[in-house]
Design a protein around this ligand. Structure first.
Ligand code: ADP
Length: 229
């Protein structure tokens, strides 16, 4: 790769930033006159068709066999891991958009990059808890509205409308994910270099941070941790 791990609270703007970063990196790769052009990949729960419900640990939402082993989230992580590993190479830049909220998971990804002698970095998307919650509540409201509308509409038309919207988290699932979130720590190897963008950061600040990420993973200053280090 190089691997760029996007992390942040649920509905905090991670996919928005990941897509902006993907666009920025595509431009940089196009302008990069190195012989070995990088290839670019964006991997997310959405690209892997992983439902928000896999993170749901609330007893009312999940059947007992899933709850006991937390199997569905484990399976989801295995699918993401396999997708990352499939494209793993020093010539492929992977933007991994997701909650990536468990430090052990970020460590595992860091080790995978290290095994490939390719750099990794973390982009934390910062957002006030209340704002992130409001985004999820608005999505829940739209889904409710859609379900009510569906009763009156032609199913085919309703399906088209639905496909435009992003799946919300159930409120208890959302609260639980915020509670379980393990903040990246730049003092650890696997969370560094750590870059941060907050909701309010404008286009100029965003480009500046993206430029720093490029320098860290693909530029002259890139730091590759070798497997034996
Ligand atoms: P996540 O991937 O964390 O669930 P999204 O990227 O889907 O979050 O963003 C949730 C919503 O917030 C989207 O409607 C998006 O347009 C909006 N949004 C995200 N980041 C920003 C931002 N920095 N400024 C304004 N709106 C934003």
């Amino acid at each position: 790769m190089p691997l760029i791990i996007v992390t942040g609270l649920p509905t905090s703007g991670k996919s928005t930033r990941a897509e902006q970063l993907h666009t920025y990196l595509a431009e940089r790769i196009a302008a990069h006159n190195d012989k070995t052009k990088y290839r670019l990949h964006l991997i997310s729960d959405e690209t892997q068709s992983i439902s928000r419900a896999v993170y749901d640990l609330s007893p009312t939402q999940l059947p007992a066999h899933v709850r006991s082993a937390n199997a569905s989230e484990k399976d989801a992580r295995a699918a993401v891991y396999a997708a990352v590993k499939r494209v793993l190479s020093p010539r492929d830049i992977v933007v991994l958009d997701g909650l990536n909220y468990i430090k052990g998971w970020r460590y595992q990804l860091f080790c995978e990059a290290k095994n490939m002698s390719t750099p990794s970095a973390v982009l934390q998307v910062g957002c006030a808890v209340d704002r992130a919650r409001a985004v999820n509540e608005a999505r829940l409201e739209r889904r409710k509205q859609y379900q009510e509308d569906q009763k009156q509409e032609e199913p085919a038309q309703a399906e088209t409308e639905k496909s435009k919207d992003v799946e919300p988290y159930e409120p208890a699932n959302w609260d639980n994910l915020v509670f379980r979130y393990e903040e990246p720590n730049p003092m650890t190897r696997w969370d560094s270099p750590l870059f941060t963008l907050i909701w309010e950061d404008d286009a100029e600040q965003t480009r500046q941070v993206f430029g720093q990420i490029w320098d860290a993973v693909a530029g002259e200053a890139k730091k590759v941790v070798r497997p034996n280090q």
